[in-house]
Design a protein around this ligand. Structure first.
Ligand code: GAL
Ligand code: ZN
Length: 667
């Protein structure tokens, strides 16, 4: 396993570089990422290139034994370009053109921008593509970061129309697919259609879903242009991009598909601030982190879920391209980070599938927007917290090496679909319904049971999983039904949740009885569905041990067709859980939104049936993960914790971990 660091030679006097290289060696860092924001330095004037500084930086750091990863600098078009061609600037939903002075201010569809972007990538790749010291390339930086996923400029409007024409062929088909007879929205020709910006209240969900898909395709195409150039000019080098965990605005599966592997930017104290509001159960105070965790570690379950999605993007391990190593500057509080915490994060990442870990950043910047962000070195160039922790990790390199090459075979998959997420985001029906909050209940329950989970699209190879959970397969068609049918009939167990099969792929409601296209597969019909106020409940009873109590929040009544009921509502309305045998496997349909405890009980039962190993209840603040033959117990709490596994008791110090041989060979 390699450790590395993101470095900005352009931020520091050249006279300092050698000392930095020396300290990097001392830390065992052997990968350096350079240049992803340095366009203005590379091309200070149109067509005038200055590579001297980058040549010298590569010479120096490669000589210090480091592999170089180059970032294409296209997320930061220089001022001469935005001044000369203001039409390349991204336009927000209010029709305002964003301005120079930050990053991600370009429109991915602008033909002019595309031309300049190709030029800089080509120049860079011609110069460094064959250089054996450059082992790989990162394209751009965090597509869609800082709420920039969508552009509403005239070019995008035109491209959107063309995209729709290609998808629907003629305008009547589009009118039907979008239900435009409603409120007289009907379009007579393509030119009448606009991107659904903030100048429209109550947007049409079919139009919106297509616009979101179009926005993803825009970046996919833009990225592909760079991939094509790099494949040609930098043969044999890896091509990747740095993703953003539980990021919602672009379909990360589509962006990941053409890359060799994915990397992601792991900020454990920043992301919970953004994500826990949509993950923590309703009624739980999500304004602050779960008090079970130490104040400077973030929320490890949230973080694990992000790792699981990142692993699921290509169903394989990944790199951390930016690993938080001290405090950051963009969360709510940005707590100070104590020694021991960065080490715990790195172990956590490797246990979740990271092959290599690159820190962000080398030294805290004196300049501009990120002045309050820490690095391995402080502003003054002296070692900061992460520096000390990396030394500790160096001493553990043997174990890390072993863990980082071990297979990570999760026995359970949770299906993740951006169409479902977006469709439910647009019309959640109840305001606190969030697609991810619902997923999180199942994810959280699995993790607490010590079961590794991948978050994957339905198009992934599902046969490798013993249990597939589709908490809400909301947008469904025949193709999805067939895929899930193939999985179940091949011997798999599928757990299907509420609100499934409700929508067509154009985001209209199905006219079939629910769960629509998935009805045969489920062997049930949903005869009623309702959202319940928090204090309301419908009791249910079940043949599954301990699985009884109140159905709350969202309740659907199931009439069994080919399925048999495993749980029934006590008001006599029908089944609450039903099982349908399909070929060599089965499909279970759950009719309500489970509480965390109900999810745990049900999943324990299913895991036992499927011979998936589980762990006893862990103290809160502890996370158990398995990679290869190793069982890791990580303590994210403020206190030492004792864990009993079988007959043995283990104590794990605060913000520390232990590893044991895993008990069962492979689940
Ligand atoms: C990342 C970004 C980096 C830096 C970092 C700060 O999202 O890729 O360039 O801004 O955040 O935490
Ligand atoms: Zn645009």
């Amino acid at each position: 396993m390699k450790f590395g660091v993101c470095y900005y030679p352009e931020h520091w006097p050249e006279a300092r570089w050698a000392e930095d290289a020396r300290l990097m060696r001392e830390l065992g860092l052997s990968v350096i990422r350079l240049a992803e924001f340095a366009w203005a330095k590379m091309e200070p004037e149109p067509g005038v290139y200055d590579w001297g500084w980058l040549d010298r930086a590569i010479d120096l750091f490669a000589a210090a034994g480091m592999d170089v990863v180059l970032g294409t600098p296209t997320c930061t078009p220089p001022a001469w370009l935005t001044r000369q061609h203001p039409e390349i600037l991204r336009v927000d939903g209010n029709g305002r053109s964003r301005n120079h002075g930050t990053r991600r201010h370009y429109c991915p569809n602008s033909p002019i921008y595309r031309r300049f972007s190709r030029q800089i990538v080509q120049q860079m790749a011609q110069r460094y593509g064959q250089d054996e010291r450059i082992t790989g390339w990162q394209i751009d930086n965090e597509f869609g970061g800082g709420k920039t996923a969508r552009c509403y400029c005239p070019t995008c409007a035109g491209e959107f129309r063309r995209w729709l024409e290609k998808r629907y062929g003629n305008i009547d088909t589009l009118n039907e697919a979008w239900g435009t007879i409603f409120w007289s929205q009907a379009y007579g020709d393509w030119s009448q259609i606009n991107p659904p910006g903030d100048d429209i209240n109550y947007k049409n969900p079919s139009q919106l879903l297509d616009f979101y898909r179009f926005s993803t395709d825009s970046y996919v195409n833009y990225q592909q242009e760079q991939i094509d150039l790099l494949r040609e000019l930098a043969p044999g080098r890896f091509i990747t991009h740095n993703f953003m965990g539980l990021y919602l605005d672009l379909d990360q599966f589509d962006l990941a598909a053409p890359l060799d592997f994915i990397t992601w930017d792991n900020y454990p104290t920043g992301f919970p601030d953004r994500w826990r509001q949509m993950l923590y159960p309703p009624g739980v105070d999500s304004s602050r982190n779960d008090p079970a965790y130490a104040y400077d570690v973030g929320d490890p379950v949230v973080q694990s879920m992000a790792h699981a999605l990142m692993r699921g993007l290509k169903q394989r391990p990944f790199w951390i391209m930016e690993q938080q190593c001290g405090h950051i500057n963009w969360g709510d509080v940005n707590p100070g980070i104590r020694p021991g915490t960065p080490r715990l994060w790195v172990w956590h990442a490797v246990a979740e599938g990271a092959d290599h870990v690159i820190y962000f950043r080398w030294r805290a910047t004196l300049l501009a927007q990120e002045q309050y962000h820490s690095g391995l070195l402080g502003h003054d160039g002296r070692p900061d917290v992460g520096f000390g922790d990396q030394k500790k990790l160096l001493a553990e390199l043997d174990q890390l090496n072993q863990l980082s090459v071990a297979p990570l075979d999760a026995p359970v998959a949770i299906l993740f679909s951006y169409d479902d997420l977006w469709s439910l985001q647009m019309l959640p029906h109840r305001r606190d319904f969030h697609y991810l909050r619902h997923l999180y209940i199942f994810y959280h329950a699995c993790l607490r049971l010590g079961i590794n989970v991948d978050l994957v699209p339905a198009t992934a190879d599902l046969n490798r999983y013993k249990l597939v959970i589709a908490p809400t397969a909301h947008v469904a068609d025949e193709a999805l039904a067939q895929r899930l049918h193939a999985y179940a009939s091949g011997g798999g167990t599928l757990l299907l949740g509420i609100r499934s099969g409700f929508k067509t792929t154009s985001n209209l409601v199905t006219d079939e009885p629910l769960p629509g296209a998935l009805r045969d597969l489920a062997g049930v019909t949903v005869t009623s569905w309702q959202s319940l106020p928090l204090e309301q409940a419908i009791p249910f009873r079940s043949s599954i041990p301990d699985f009884a109590g109140d159905a709350t929040y969202w309740v659907e009544t199931l009439a069994v067709e080919t399925a048999v009921p495993l749980a029934t509502y006590q008001d006599g309305s029908g089944a609450a859980l039903a099982e349908n045998l399909v070929g060599n496997g089965r499909v279970l349909t759950l009719g309500f939104y489970p509480t965390p405890q109900q999810a745990r009980t049900l999943l324990t039962h299913l895991a036992n049936q499927q011979a998936i190993g589980t762990l006893p209840d862990l103290p809160s603040g502890m996370v158990a993960l398995r990679r290869g033959g190793v069982q890791l117990l990580l303590n994210f709490s403020e206190r030492p914790q004792a864990v009993t596994l079988g007959t043995a008791s283990h104590t794990v110090a605060t913000r520390d971990l232990i590893f044991l041989p895993a008990k069962t060979p492979r689940d």
